[in-house]
Design a binder for this molecule. Structure first.
Ligand code: ATP
Length: 908
């Protein structure tokens, strides 16, 4: 548990009070800033005095502490206990081999855990939040930790407040401050100062670092950063250490523990049985039992599973999928349906206005990207925008009802803000309307920010001659519902022809374009506040524009891959049904002619929705609440659902989904917080890659287990059977310890690094409830253990019959065991397809490194006289060497044939 580190700095207390009791002007003065923000230079110099805006990092556990933790494990206690007793019995060789097993295990675990922690740290860095600030009078997005007192921050729904701020303006702003106050209902914010003794939750003119904006927009000045913020003062440290585990790995670790207990119980029984019934010599008996226990305990398993996960996390990050919650790695592997947004995920989110409709005229626009230059055409002829008054009016609405900025950077035009709004600025420029000029002339007084539920945005602007107009842009059906008039080409107005506009909007949408309508309404100029009621009716439609947003080429490939992998892809978008259907066709979704809209979903009860949801892949004009219902409907079919989201209101659906996926670029902090996975590039292809990686990790976990357990069972049963039947041990206890040392911690690790199997994305998803230890796996364990047993005893008896000494016979048996383990390793690498391909035989670098290491070690104990003395081994004649390899091959052939038969039966 983290200790609370509350600073008792009275100076800071006083200052703190100042921020919510003083007027905005006083606060700005105190901070030496102004509403246009600091200069970049000033901000940089303030970083030097105030430090970075981040919480002090939690002190890491010391290396020694971390190393020692690897001994804190029941498996290891048992081994250490055995080492102690062997030492008492003066069996120093056994003691050293057991200790070597324990230490090698701890060292490998320690190194790999270090790597895993580094991978997690790197991931936290990738998730570091950004903040929108005004610097040098311009809006820009900077890393949250670069914020300094005096910076002017812009907030919108879904943002995390990046530092403690005093609000300068707030429009419908509400913030959820549960992390500070425990109150989960969001509180409304405004700019007026509050009483000195107002408790934290009532300081409505302040925004606190780490809290979430749930609605509205606001602007504020940073008053404190980093550890001096309220959250910093309360908790001091908030970064918590995440352990690298998943439910499956936890389950395996519990299994390994119980297995250890079981093995111990068997060992004790055997000891008693051997001593009192069979009257074995105690020391000899004890050594055999120790050998048996060490052989049976899968001591390397926990470390290898952790390594497998760490490799998976890293591999996913390199594919732009950042895992926020580790169990997601596992869930991703079993995903059977992906519900995805359209804009930016399936499409590039690089928008351009290509058509503009103004009272019976359809203009087309040309150009490239966001460049504010391009030809304007009417009926295929280039025209001047200045001849068309009504077009100029749409363009003005497009720049006034807009929060984005276009900037030229190194010859390219880029958008700061929403790409669609950026495209509108470029469109206005092509129509001869400059954003800056209009925005300076028409002062914005209030705003209704866009939200996915209402699908429009409106601003209240005052003209220089003191007229007040509301400019509205939004989804056509929303805006049409507000209008009763339409603009004529000459600038006058007439009655709205709603049917005509609806038809026209559908026409553009069916080309795959996003349609946006514009309207205006004049209101009394004393109105300084804009409410939803103000735009409910009486507006004049100015016209519509159509924007293209090309599909991502890689999304098309990825969708094909998902379909091959038995994963259904569903598009859930806020966009128009016809636009969604056109894009769905282009990217290859199944069933692109069936579209259900949010309105349709509202008429369905849960049973009807459950019925309809399977077959339909396009859901249009949906709001975040629909996403939640869709997730639940799909889950009711037993499907594992991955759901993407970006807005603040998507959080419930992301939480409810089996794998919630937030967009890293355009996603809000609220969505990221609710998600299991964050896509660094917002790209659908990264989801497909993450699913593939999830399947690979699961397969590798399965491979590690499928290799380790039969290996342990085979080794242990060799000793067990010999003891039970009163035979000479075909492998001595110290030899078994050796095999365990070199195999458990070397060969097994290679499997953690296994690359994706070729047909991974051609298999149907794994059923959610499928246990890891399936009947198939248990059968495999039994089969391989039996083959190990047969191989070892078979070759041992052969050697004895040939008249070899017991020592030589044991050396041959020992080497056979290791060779069989190596062949089993090659077999396990391909559990879903044949191992008889060149690729399978060629293996990977890591596989060959461990195989060569183990082979060299075997040669060493077989042929080096010093080691021969310690392990009681003898040099093996050449022919018998071949026989050992032959035994390995035979094992391989048997398990391979068994697999082929099983796979064939399954396929049938
Ligand atoms: P998705 O990313 O899920 O595909 P989307 O981004 O297409 O969804 P929303 O952002 O919810 O969907 O937008 C829905 C509709 O709202 C759009 O089709 C458009 O008509 C309108 N809209 C989108 N952004 C704005 C905005 N900034 N101002 C006004 N209207 C907007």
């Amino acid at each position: 548990m983290q200790k609370l580190a509350v600073k008792q700095d009275t100076g800071a207390e006083e200052k703190q009070i100042l921020w919510h009791t003083s007027s905005i002007e006083q606060v700005l003065k105190k901070l030496g800033t102004n509403p246009a923000g600091l200069t970049q230079k000033e901000a940089e110099s303030r970083v030097l005095t105030h430090g970075l805006n981040r919480m002090p990092k939690q002190e890491k556990r010391s290396a020694i502490h971390r190393f020692l933790l690897h001994f804190n494990n029941i498996l290891i206690y048992v081994l250490l206990g055995s080492a102690l007793i062997t030492a008492f019995l003066n069996h120093w060789i056994d003691t050293s081999v057991i200790l070597a097993v324990v230490f090698t295990n701890a060292i490998i675990g320690f190194i790999q855990e270090g790597n895993a922690e580094k991978a997690m740290d790197a991931i936290h860095e990738l998730l570091a939040p950004h903040a929108s600030v005004l610097r040098d009078g311009m809006r820009q997005s900077i890393a949250g930790e670069m914020l300094v007192p005096g910076d002017i921050v812009l907030l919108e729904a879904g943002d995390k407040v990046p530092a403690d701020i005093r609000l300068l303006s707030a429009h419908g702003l509400s913030i959820q401050e549960a992390i500070l106050t425990g109150e989960s209902v969001p509180v409304d914010k405004d700019c007026s100062c509050v009483a000195m003794d107002a408790p934290l939750g009532e300081r409505s003119c302040l925004g606190f670092s780490g809290t979430l904006v749930t609605a509205g927009q606001g602007k504020g000045v940073v008053v404190t950063t980093g550890a001096s913020t309220e959250i910093g003062r309360i908790s001091g440290l908030i970064s918590k250490v995440e352990t690298l585990t998943t439910p499956l790995v936890k389950q395996m670790n519990v299994f390994a523990k119980w297995l250890t207990v079981l093995i111990l119980a068997i060992a004790i029984l055997l000891l008693l049985f051997g001593y009192f019934v069979d009257h074995y010599d105690f020391t000899e008996l004890f050594m055999a039992v120790v050998g048996l226990s060490v052989a049976a305990i899968p001591e390397g398993l926990p470390a290898i599973l952790t390594i497998t996960l760490a490799i998976g996390v890293k591999a996913m990050a390199s594919q732009n999928a950042i895992v926020r919650r580790l169990p997601a790695i596992e869930t991703l592997g079993s995903v059977s349906v992906i519900c995805t947004d359209k804009t930016g995920t399936l499409t590039l989110n690089e928008m351009m206005v290509t058509s503009a409709l103004v009272h019976q005229s359809v203009f087309t626009l040309e150009g490239a990207g966001y460049q504010p230059k391009g030809l304007l055409k009417l009926n295929d002829k280039v025209v001047s925008p200045f001849e068309h008054v009504a077009l100029g009016e749409i363009a003005r609405a497009a720049v006034l009802c807009n929060d984005a900025e276009l900037r030229e950077r190194e010859g390219a035009w880029v958008v700061e803000g929403d790409p669609m709004e950026g495209a509108l600025l470029a469109f206005a420029a092509k129509c001869g309307v400059g954003a800056q000029g209009e925005q300076n002339t028409w002062r914005r007084v209030d705003t209704i920010p866009f939200d996915a539920k209402h699908r429009f945005m409106a601003t209240l602007n005052h003209s220089p001659d003191n007229r007040a107009s509301v400019f509205i842009k939004g989804a056509p059906e929303r805006v049409l519902a507000m209008c009763n008039k339409q603009r004529k080409a000459d600038g006058g107005s007439e009655r709205l022809e709603e049917a005509y506009w609806r038809k026209t909007a559908d026409g553009i949408a069916s080309l795959g374009q996003r349609v946006l309508a514009f309207a205006v309404k004049d209101i009394p100029n004393e109105d300084m506040q804009l409410n939803h009621a103000d735009v409910e009716g009486g507006c004049t439609l100015l016209g519509m524009v159509g924007l293209i947003d090309p599909p991502r080429a890689e999304a098309i490939t990825a969708i094909g891959e998902c379909h091959d992998a038995g994963i259904r892809v569903k598009m859930i978008t806020g966009d128009h049904g016809a636009t969604a259907a056109a894009i769905a066709k282009q990217i290859g979704l199944k069933n692109p002619n069936k579209v259900l809209t949010g309105n349709d979903l509202d008429t369905f009860d849960d049973a009807k929705l459950k019925e309809e949801v399977l077959d339909c892949d396009i859901f249009a004009r949906t709001s975040p609440e629909h996403k939640l219902r869709l997730v639940m409907a799909l889950q009711s079919h037993g499907m594992t659902v991955a759901m993407t989201g970006d807005g603040v209101n998507d959080a419930p659906a992301l939480k409810r989904a089996d794998a919630g996926i937030a967009m890293g670029k355009k996603g809000s902090e609220a969505a990221k917080e609710a998600a299991e996975l964050v896509l660094a590039d917002d790209n659908f292809a990264s989801i497909a890659a993450a699913v593939q990686e999830g399947r690979t990790v699961y397969d590798n976990i399965k491979k590690v287990i499928s290799w380790t357990l039969p290996t342990n069972a085979g080794e242990a049963s060799t000793i067990l059977v010999a003891m039970l039947f009163g035979m000479t041990l075909p492998i001595t206890p110290v030899q078994i310890l050796w095999v365990n040392l070199i195999t458990a911690v070397t060969l097994g690790i290679a499997l953690a690094f296994e690359p994706t199997e070729k047909n991974t994305m051609r298999r149907a998803p794994r059923p959610q409830e499928e246990p890891l230890l399936t009947g198939e796996l248990v059968w495999h364990i039994v089969l391989v253990a039996a083959l190990f047993l047969g191989g070892v005893f078979g070759i041992y008896s052969y050697a004895i019959e040939r008249g070899y000494s017991v020592e030589l016979a044991r050396t041959i048996a020992l080497n056979t065991l290791v060779v069989m383990e190596i062949f089993h390793l090659f077999f396990i690498r391909n559990i879903y397809s044949t191992s008889l391909t060149w690729e399978a035989i060629r293996g990977t670098r890591i596989v060959w490194i461990v195989v060569i290491t183990v082979t060299l070690a075997q040669f060493a104990i077989t042929y080096i006289p010093l080691l021969q003395g310690i392990f009681e081994t003898r040099a093996i004649p050449f022919f018998d060497g071949l026989l050992i390899i032959g035994t390995g091959l035979t094992l391989f052939a048997i398990v391979e044939i068994e697999k082929q038969v099983r796979l064939n039966l399954k396929a049938r």
